[in-house]
Design a protein around this ligand. Structure first.
Ligand code: GAP
Length: 457
């Protein structure tokens, strides 16, 4: 793990952002728990996405169940095709993804199918990371299997959803008719997805349980290229609102065999992680693949009736699919910053204020002379609008540093002057500059500062 990643993972645990799942039992690979601060960051990201996607005329929200009819995954192609190429170390029996091993060996596997990868592995004499012989590659299905009801036989076998999208497809006519939607319209959903990844690594980047934020946009056949371009631009522009700068983002276009079984075109938005560029979102042209498959497998008509042209047809779908957990990781990586202040290292999590877990800290300068009492009043007042933390323990400098480490954008300090003229100082996390502000004007001051932060990014 890189130096930065090690520092970040350690800070995440120490400060309550992210804990290892089932840690006291030695952990469960590929699963993480969001602590008190991590859950705030995750929720802020989800809220920002939800607002940008559903606070508009043409998109409705949905929360479909994780468990679905088994036939859904036959129709969607996941039973047959949702696989990764797996090889085994012949000595240790450890399992690896063939494409990842090839990449780690400097091979470009972009657009390569299984056969081509096997060929490349043979030609290059690929060995396991432990230097041992590898087994023959086979395709491994990533869906978690379970049983519904008390009988554990094939007829009761179902899957944990590997994407939230299918809940949207099977509900598209319910949403369309209940909300009287006309094409083009979209359905947005946030929820857990599960993939039995062969290898998990890089902290929250590749996990077995994660959260997705997906939107399916249903369009008239022929309009898919126009909306593909539209959604690529919309999605790219959203990232600045959560503080991920354009210079850390890039596009990656899927080629050939790299395209998922459902996609006729796909672009990823990648973030520059310490371990290299990694996909955080995919924008896919899914054509009418999923709806047509569900028509065939369910035997139910899923055609849209176009009142203008009096035609019936299966719409095409443009999908935007982003990992909430991966985006949280990108925001954590992006925020981590160290600087030298008078010979000391100051660690600052420079979150966008909208994403920061705590927006304001209220700090009485000393624990006497009525300062804690006034500080508690100020805290209660501000809590009606913001997530606020009250802290009166330790030297003020130490308290500022604690807030810097968790990325609190504003520290409000109550000092002796506050008791005399009802003013406080507001310290800016990034510049460390302080301004004196009337207590009655605190809320609008903080609002204005958050707003101007938006403008300056
Ligand atoms: N419905 C389309 C779909 O699921 P995907 O590219 O497989 O597309 C979309 O996944 C997003 O879900 C990815 O861009 C990533 O952010 C997130 N994601 C996928 N697998 C993940 C994993 N194992 N751990 C964390 N996030 C993951």
């Amino acid at each position: 793990m890189s130096d930065l990643m090690e520092k970040l993972v350690s800070l995440c645990k120490r400060k309550g952002f992210v804990f290892q799942s089932s840690e006291i039992y030695g952990g469960l690979n590929g699963c993480w728990d969001y602590g008190p601060l991590g859950v705030e960051v995750l929720r802020n990201i989800k809220e920002s996405w939800w607002r940008s996607m559903t606070y508009r005329e043409d998109i409705e929200g949905l929360d479909s169940s994780i468990l679905m009819h088994a036939r859904v995954w036959e129709a969607s192609g996941h039973v047959a095709g949702f696989t990764d190429p797996m090889v085994e170390d012949k000595k240790t029996n450890e399992r690896y993804r063939l494409d990842q091993l090839l990449e780690e060996n400097g091979e470009d596997v972009n657009g390569m199918g299984l056969e081509a990868m096997i060929q490349r592995a043979l030609e290059s004499g690929l060995k396991s990371p432990k230097g041992n012989e590898l087994s023959e590659a086979r395709q491994f299905n990533l869906m978690f299997k379970t049983f519904v009801g008390p009988l554990e036989d094939d007829s009761a076998r179902i899957f944990l959803r590997p994407e939230t999208a299918q809940g949207i497809f099977v509900n598209y006519l319910n949403v369309q008719s209940s909300m009287r939607k006309k094409l083009p319209f979209g359905i947005a959903q946030i929820g857990k997805a599960f993939r039995n990844e062969i290898t998990t690594k890089n902290f929250l980047f590749r996990t077995r349980e994660f959260e997705q934020m997906e939107m399916q946009y249903f369009v008239k056949p022929g309009m898919q290229d126009k909306y593909f371009d539209y959604w690529r631009e919309e999605r790219w522009n959203w990232y600045s609102s959560i503080g991920l700068p354009e210079n850390k983002l890039s596009w990656h276009e899927h080629q050939g065999d790299e395209l998922a079984h459902y996609a006729s075109a796909a672009f990823d938005i990648q973030y520059e992680f310490p371990f290299g560029s990694g996909e955080i979102e995919g924008i896919h042209n899914r054509s009418n693949f999923d709806l047509s498959q569900h028509e065939e497998f369910s035997g139910k008509k899923l055609k849209y009736f176009d009142e203008e042209s009096r035609e019936k047809y299966v719409p095409n779908v443009i999908e935007t699919s982003i990992g909430a957990s991966r985006t949280t990781m990108a925001c954590l990586v992006n925020a981590y910053y160290e600087e030298d202040v008078k010979g000391d290292t100051r660690v600052v999590m420079r979150f966008h204020p909208q994403i920061a877990p705590m927006k304001v800290a209220v700090l009485p300068l000393v624990k006497r002379d009525g300062m804690p009492e006034l500080a508690k009043k100020v805290t209660e007042n501000l809590r009606r609008f913001f997530r606020v933390v009250y802290d009166d323990s330790g030297a003020i400098g130490r308290r500022y540093r604690r807030m810097d480490e968790i990325g609190t954008p504003f520290c409000v300090t109550i000092d002796s002057e506050s008791l005399e003229n009802a003013t406080v100082t507001v310290r800016d996390r990034d510049t460390m500059d302080q301004q004196r502000v009337q207590i009655t004007g605190l809320r609008s001051h903080i609002d204005a500062e958050m707003e101007s932060w938006n403008l300056s990014t």
